[in-house]
Design a protein around this ligand. Sequence first.
Ligand SMILES: [Fe+2]
Length: 383
Amino acid sequence: MEFTLIAPSKTIFKAGAVEEIDKLVAGYGRRFLIVIDPVFEKNGTLAIVTAAFDKCGIAYTPYLGVVGEPDISYVDECSLQAQEFKCDAVLAIGGGSCVDVGKAAAGVITNGLPVKDYLEYVGTGRKVEKPPLPLIAVPTTAGTGAEVTKLAVIGSKKEKFKRSMRDDQLEAKLVIIDPKLCVSAPPKVTAIAGIDAMTHLMEAYATWKATPMTKALALAGLELAGKYLRRAYDDGSDLEAREGMCMASYLGGFAFSNSGLGAAHGLGMAINVYYPVPHGLGVGITLPYVMEINANDNPMLYDEVGKVFAGKSFDKPGEGTTFAIDFIKKLNAHIGIPADLKELGTDKETAVLMGEKCFGTSMTGNPVQLDAKAWGELFLKLI
Ligand SMILES: [Fe+2]
């Protein structure tokens, strides 16, 4: 066996951690770029952070421009802002978009603009040569796992692409997970982020690239997500459920950043080439269909997953897999993830094209490899 394990140097998991952020970030920098979702300015979180920084003399420049999916323009804007302010560290507070923008910026600030140069497939092949600024990631939606990955997924609305900036050095130096920050997430955000976390866990579990370590992390996360996603969706103030989903998301990010993903992420990326829907929606819609395709090839693939979802063993091989697929379909229905792509109004020609666009790094990890025509047929079934 041979594997490399990437993990953040330090993780602090604590409800209310953000209130003591000045103590937690001590030693990482004195001049911070704060990339923060504008929602957290409105609800007073930014004021808590800046008051704590003021108290101990840490200088900062906030960037509140991230709206929706992470765009190359956001990374370039905030990197320039940080260079002008002479920042020596980056604090990213928000969902996956903010964390990914902050993560990419940490690399771009020291290595030079523009971020597009570093993106796989669409860039110039430029590498992160100089060490990025230390990144402190504070995720506020339990879903993307961006706080534990070594890549930033950045897109362009104008040029219609979504690609990764990938380098081991981009891994956050410190991750602060404060489940209290998730309490304000509305049910729709909880559902979309939560099903993204579930998909990371499922794909990290099923990929042929999994190691015993990543499989164990993924299975532990699947048990938590199976137990808590519905609860967090039904009652956002349920702190136990929020904690459970924060942990599930963290485990998912930890697992997939070391094992890779699978076809639901390949298909989800293809959907995002044509439609600006949230990432979690695309992968969540396609997850049960990908599980069915994978289970056709290996009917016992998800038996252990079915066991942790059900909290009991099954009599016959394959029954757990059937249960796991059905569980995801019912969960999706409960939390409002559609069963198909009808609401996008996709025509047949685009469905076929999406089948051709799904071949990125994620797709290579899927246990079953199909051609563009076959994936296109799945899209045709869903429109
Ligand atoms: Fe994802």
